[in-house]
Design a protein around this ligand. Structure first.
Ligand SMILES: [Fe+2]
Length: 215
């Protein structure tokens, strides 16, 4: 019985066109995301086998694989939900749309929506190799931060919760945008589902601070 399963897309393959082509969405979800789900499940099985047989020679590689595949599964699961068709998505979070708390938090943490947008765009577009640009809630400070993630799991502050994720791996755009990663990241803002980002922000901020650093 697998621990992790591939979630269905919340829309059909063509829902994000013309920003992201149906071909990219199909391959990205059905092949790439599916491979991370399989990788996470396979690695858990291999770790269980290592425990059963007390064969720990490969534990270092297995823990790296677990971090990679599990983080890939988590980030892609958020990614699909973070987007909606260009008719409903994009713009910026506004109080009149019911996402005022998120809008306020962005302003407090980054100075303005424009400054935040630029920072996240730059972080996503300047990834070297494969990575992500991420807006995350950091519970120690109670602020929002932008992270530039290497692969799926490197360069993150422990304990932060991803709220809005921009996939900057070539598989996310190359079939349509070729080598123009900056153009892809810019276009991504047209399909951001702010309702979903606000829902994630509300859940993250209303949760007890699990880091419990102060008594
Ligand atoms: Fe991806």
């Amino acid at each position: 019985m697998p621990v992790y399963t591939l979630p269905d897309l919340p829309y059909d393959y063509s829902a994000l066109a013309p920003v992201i082509s149906p071909e990219i969405i199909e391959l990205h979800h059905d092949k790439h995301h599916a491979a991370y789900v399989k990788g996470a499940n396979d690695t858990l099985e291999q770790l269980a086998e290592a425990r059963d047989t007390e064969q720990w020679g490969s534990v270092n590689g297995l823990e790296k694989n677990l971090a990679f595949h599990l983080s890939g599964h988590i980030l892609h699961s958020i990614y699909w939900q973070n987007m909606t068709g260009p008719k409903d998505g994009g713009g910026e979070p506004l109080a009149q749309d019911g996402v005022g708390e998120l809008a306020e938090a962005v302003k407090e943490s980054f100075g303005s929506f424009a400054a935040f947008k630029t920072q996240l765009s730059k972080a996503a577009a300047t990834t070297q190799g494969s990575g992500w640009g991420v807006l995350a809630y950091e519970p120690l400070s109670g602020r929002l931060i932008v992270e530039q993630i290497y692969d799926h799991q490197g360069n993150v502050g422990q304990g932060a919760t991803p709220l809005l994720v921009f996939d900057a791996w070539e598989h996310a755009f190359y079939l349509q945008y070729r080598n123009q990663k900056v153009d892809f990241i810019e276009a991504m803002w047209q399909v951001v589902n702010w309702q979903d980002v606000a829902r994630r922000h509300e859940a993250a901020t209303s949760r007890t601070n699990a880091l419990l650093l102060a008594p």
